[in-house]
Write a protein that binds this ligand. Structure first.
Ligand SMILES: Cc1ncc(C[n+]2csc(CCOP(=O)(O)OP(=O)(O)O)c2C)c(N)n1
Ligand SMILES: [Mg+2]
Length: 388
């Protein structure tokens, strides 16, 4: 008599299966902490130290404080310059100082930074001449600084395109045997862009040494985070591509630097990219041209004043006895002198040659460009004759 396999299975008594060992979690080592990493309370008192994110040396934190103070003063000066007609537009990063300065301090000079329009403060913290940093926002056609010499890409206005540029550059660097890292600054809103996903994916597959540093400042112009994404944390966006990802309190300078130090070390060791989401807040409007009263309450902005990253670090450093009244006053003076010098230099009228617009577009200019350049040249000559 023949039986079908199904019938045989039905006939035999059910065997008890041995307990199977739990399959290893494929996302182990990739997942962010449930709560953003924090090493200081909002009032600047320390939390217990953590083995996974060791506290940076206190000298580095003191230098971070200095650069944050100078950075905030620079930022206020740049906003004032828009009101005096010296800058066309300025996107402030007031409130985001821990991220602006932390990103730069986590890197070596020969590492690369890929900034957005929001990162003027980060670039000045990197030591780039502030007038050069503001060149583009003044209305010139170029970014003002020498990108190759400063290892700093031009500030990127098209959202998220820097994510793919950084992946390519970092891959190229490691392909040539160098251990340089590229750090990408990107906003919360820009993580909805295709280029963000393509960049992170490429970096993950080819183990490009990139740190994707998301400053989640809660808004993409007027669009709040809740209308942008349903992800519980933007850090999960890295996990989906196999990238270890972390979230950090972006207004806790000590935690920001500790987490970025680990992310940079990971990338430098050849283990591929890392993603860090910093929870922070933009205290000013999107730019000087934006009216924030149309989309957020003053109460919300006020509530974030209590988490001010500078006050938090100052309290901590005073308690550690590495900062006193005299040092605070001296740093404030440095910041004032920096702003005064910037003001002076920005008040001088720049000399801009309109014909330079046509240079550096193509190695061999197209027929249209040649024609347009000729038109501009003729118009300028006619205007000069009229003036004479
Ligand atoms: C590809 C592209 N789409 C739209 C814009 C217009 N735009 C400029 S800034 C911005 C909001 C970006 O928000 P977020 O990424 O959170 O950065 P934040 O400005 O908050 O630093 C938008 C939509 C742009 N610059 N580029
Ligand atoms: Mg934003």
């Amino acid at each position: 008599m023949t039986t079908t396999p199904q019938a045989a299975r039905r006939a035999s008594p059910r065997k008890r299966r041995p307990a199977t060992p739990a399959a290893p979690d494929p996302a182990a080592g990739l997942m962010p902490q449930a709560e953003p990493v924090r090493l200081l309370n909002s009032d600047g008192t320390p939390l217990p130290p953590r083995a996974d994110y060791p506290e940076p040396p206190v000298e580095a934190l003191r230098e971070m404080y200095r650069r944050m103070i100078v950075g905030r003063r620079f930022d206020a000066q740049a906003t004032a310059l828009t009101k005096q007609g010296r800058l066309a537009v300025y996107p402030s990063s007031r409130g985001q100082e821990a991220c602006q300065v932390g990103g730069v301090l986590a890197l070596r000079d020969d590492d690369w930074v890929f900034p957005t329009y929001r990162e003027s403060m980060a670039l000045t913290a990197r030591g780039i001449d502030p007038v050069e940093v503001l060149t583009l926002l003044r209305g010139d056609w170029h970014c003002g600084y020498d990108s190759a010499a400063r290892r700093t890409a031009p500030q990127c206005t098209p959202l998220a395109t820097q994510c793919v540029h950084a992946a390519g550059l970092a891959y190229g660097e490691s392909y040539q045997g160098r251990d340089t890292v590229a750090l990408v600054y990107i906003g919360d809103g820009a993580t909805s862009e295709g280029d963000f996903h393509e960049g992170v994916n490429f970096a993950a597959v080819f183990k490009a040494p990139v740190v994707y540093f998301v400053q989640n400042n809660r808004y993409a112009i007027s669009v709040p985070l809740s209308r942008q994404t349903a992800a519980p944390s933007l850090a999960y966006k890295g996990v989906g591509y196999g990238v270890p990802s972390e979230q950090v309190d972006g207004n806790d300078p000590v935690a920001v630097l500790a987490v970025l130090n680990r992310a940079v070390a990971h990338a430098r060791a050849g283990k591929g990219p890392y993603l860090v989401e910093a929870h922070t807040y933009r205290m000013e409007p999107h730019t000087n041209a934006d009216d924030q009263t149309r989309y957020r309450d003053a109460d919300e902005v006020e509530a974030w004043r209590d988490r001010d990253p500078i006050a938090r670090l100052e309290t901590y450093l005073r308690a550690r006895d590495v900062l006193d009244d005299a040092a605070v006053a001296e740093i404030a003076e440095q910041a004032e002198a920096y702003a005064a010098r910037l003001r002076e230099r920005m008040n001088a009228q720049p000399t801009v040659d309109p014909l330079s617009l046509f240079e550096h577009v193509y190695a061999q200019p197209t027929a249209q460009l040649v024609e347009q350049r000729e038109q501009v040249r003729a118009e300028l000559a006619a205007a000069q004759e009229e003036d004479a």
